[in-house]
Ligand binder design. Sequence first.
Ligand SMILES: [Zn+2]
Ligand SMILES: [Zn+2]
Length: 109
Amino acid sequence: MSFEGYLRRKHEMEENNTGFDEETKRKIFSNANGRCEYCGVKLVFDNHVEGLVGAWDPHHVIPKKDGGDNSVGNGAALCLDCHKNVHASKATTLAFAKILSEKRKGKKG
Ligand SMILES: [Zn+2]
Ligand SMILES: [Zn+2]
C-alpha cells in the first residue's frame, strides 16, 4: 500500500469508528443533492472505494477532535479526491469548513 493509501485508510478508520451512522450518511448525501460539496461531481451512494465511479466519503466539517459531532449539519459529502485535498492540512480543513458555512448560509431553505 502506498503511503498515501495508508494515510487514507488511517483517516477512514478514524472517521468510521466514530463516524456517521447509515441514516445520517443518507441525509448528508441527499442534502448534497448527491454531489460532491466541493467540486460538484456526481456521487454514487454505495460507492466508497477509490476507483469506483462516484466514490465519496462523509466528511466531518468540524473534526471530531475539535468538538465536531456526528450530526447531519456537521457532515459534508465529498468525492475521494476532494476529501483527500480537504485533509491535506489543518488549514485546508478549516478553509473548507469556512467555504461550506458561507455556501449553506446563502442557500435558502
Ligand atoms: Zn469533489
Ligand atoms: Zn473527512
